[in-house]
Design a binder for this molecule. Structure first.
Ligand code: IPM
Ligand code: MG
Length: 370
């Protein structure tokens, strides 16, 4: 294999626990490359609060340029109390939003699966905690996240405004992905909105309803977001693919993560026009940083999603994911998911044990997985 075949992976470790969890995921990717004969080139760039400190802005131009020419991007997390006093637009999170926008990343896929090996972690009553396999498709480039924000003086003190905006085209492009995803799964698509209150949601519902005619195999239903939150807790198995707007998707996917054990476990893919970006759905957890207690699983599974979705390496992804599952079956747990009869390990040791587990397993044969 020549360097021309190498996949260029840009690393954005970010803040808080970001560098620790990305470090573990990179070791996993390196072992994968060695085992399967791939060439991955890694290049790390400043991003988020650490980039504010180093370069005065959360998304420096060289970081953005590197992301634009990457084959894929692996991100840790951004934010922390150090930058909390900054106005919106100057916070670490604004770098993340600017990056999503600059790369045209309008689809955010967040798979929420209750793994049999971690079934005891669910806060749900046992009869409700069965068959929880939900793909959240969250719109990522519009909504209140990207409308105008401003604060002005007011007789009572101040007046703050956040504008929510959606166009037909923005809804269609993400809905198209969700319909296709539902077609490839069990065919059930739940579209979540607040069409009884918001005009963006009314446009959302009209657009998704119109598109359903072209997808006769998909059973589409609409839910208001308040009802969707309740249904997720009471009867999560009814859901297959959930399509929703940026803000509702942010909130509901954290709820979904809690149902399956820990927010530390959930990966995500953001894709659209530019190279796809992979990141765990959790934050930078400043209180855990530097203590070697963070759960690297969401980031490791984000890396395996990258292999499958961006590079078409399904058997490599499977090799990593099955090793993670075997560790769970053997009771190896980071502090967020430790329980009676299981072994508590730190972030680094989880990584060490995973590499050992992967090394022991034969690489799955091509025909069985691809
Ligand atoms: C997420 C995060 C981000 C979001 C924050 C850090 C801006 O919560 O990816 O879910 O709200 O999109
Ligand atoms: Mg979030």
């Amino acid at each position: 294999m020549t360097t021309a075949d190498a996949k260029k992976i840009v690393l954005l470790p970010g803040d808080g626990i970001g560098p620790e969890i990305v470090g573990v995921a990179v070791r996993v990717l390196k072992d994968c490359a060695a085992k399967f004969g791939h060439l991955f080139e890694f290049a790390e760039f400043p991003f988020g609060g650490s980039a504010i400190d180093a370069a005065g802005e959360p998304l420096p131009p060289e970081t953005l340029a590197a992301c634009k020419s990457a084959d894929a991007i692996l991100l840790g997390a951004v934010g922390g109390p150090k930058w909390d006093a900054q106005p919106i637009g100057k916070r670490p999170e604004s770098g993340l939003l600017a990056l999503r926008q600059a790369l045209g990343l309008y689809i955010n896929l967040r798979p929420i699966d209750l793994r049999p090996s971690l079934a005891s972690l669910t806060p749900l009553r046992s009869d409700r905690a069965k068959n929880v396999h939900i793909d959240f498709v969250r719109e990522l480039a519009g909504d209140i996240y990207f409308g105008k924000h401003h604060v002005e003086p007011h007789a009572s003190g101040e007046r703050a405004v956040d504008e929510a905006v959606y166009t037909t085209g923005e809804i269609e492009r993400v809905a198209q992905y969700a319909f296709a995803r539902a077609e490839a799964r069990t065919g059930r698509l739940a579209s979540v909105d607040k069409a009884n209150v918001m005009s963006t949601s009314q446009l959302w519902r009209r657009t998704v309803t119109r598109m359903a005619a072209a997808h006769p195999k998909v059973k589409l239903e609409h839910l208001y977001v308040d009802n969707a939150a309740m249904q997720l807790v009471l009867a999560p198995a009814q859901f297959d693919v959930i399509l929703t707007s940026n803000m509702f998707g942010d909130i509901l996917s954290d709820l979904g993560a809690a149902l399956v054990g820990s927010i530390g476990l959930i990966p995500s893919m953001s894709s659209g026009r530019g190279p796809s970006l992979y990141e765990p759905i959790h934050g930078s957890a400043p209180s855990l940083a530097g203590k070697d207690v963070a759960c690297p699983v969401g980031t490791i599974l984000s890396a395996s999603m990258m292999l499958r979705e961006s590079f078409g390496l399904a058997r490599e992804a499977e090799w990593i994911e099955s090793a993670v599952d075997r560790l769970f079956v053997n009771g190896v747990r980071t502090p967020d998911i430790v329980g009676p009869g299981t072994t508590r390990v730190g972030c680094q040791e989880f990584g060490e044990r995973l590499l050992a587990e992967m090394a022991e397993a034969p690489a799955p044969s091509k025909t069985s997985n691809v």
